[in-house]
Design a protein around this ligand. Structure first.
Ligand SMILES: [Fe+2]
Ligand SMILES: [Fe+2]
Length: 156
């Protein structure tokens, strides 16, 4: 599968989970816990395949300046969402008011980041990489994602 298509479909999946999570009430304990578990696995698998496979290809084909800036900014956004806000949310009681606020912040961060990738980085990648290269990256990411999902599901 084409790399851009795979990553864009991942975004759609995670956006859906985050929308569903935002719509839950503090009383929906099981729904919140289930969605949070799905978000953790999807988000971590997605950012990992980007960081290990897609971003390095983007950076190596890109130019110093704007492309580099986009690359480093994307990494920082992964760090903010994945290393700071998500662990915080995972450590928050699902029936608390804090949970709703933190879930909203995670959604805003992830949505902003995915929008920027879809608006700027992915169209730019299509000009930097050939169709064949994007297909090869997609295959590589799909295989890596399968392994990551299994590993992530085995750990909580
Ligand atoms: Fe990303
Ligand atoms: Fe992404």
């Amino acid at each position: 599968m084409d790399a851009i298509k795979l990553l864009t479909e991942d975004h759609k999946t995670v956006r859906g989970y985050l929308d569903d999570l935002e719509a839950t009430t503090p009383r929906a304990l099981k729904a919140r816990a289930d969605l949070l578990a799905k978000i953790r696995v999807e988000l971590k698998a997605h950012t990992t395949i980007e960081e290990e496979i897609f971003y390095p290809a983007f950076q190596s084909h890109g130019k110093k300046g704007d492309d580099d800036k986009m690359y480093f900014e994307a990494l920082e956004e992964h760090r903010a969402a994945g290393d700071l806000v998500l662990p915080d949310l995972l450590g928050t009681a699902v029936d608390s008011e804090q949970f709703s606020g933190r879930a909203k912040v995670l959604k805003e961060l992830v949505t902003h980041h995915a929008d920027e990738e879809e608006k700027d980085m992915f169209p730019r990648a299509k000009t930097l990489l050939s169709k064949e290269e994007l297909l090869a990256l997609g295959e590589k990411m799909a295989a890596r994602k399968t392994v990551l999902i299994a590993e992530l599901r085995a750990t909580t």
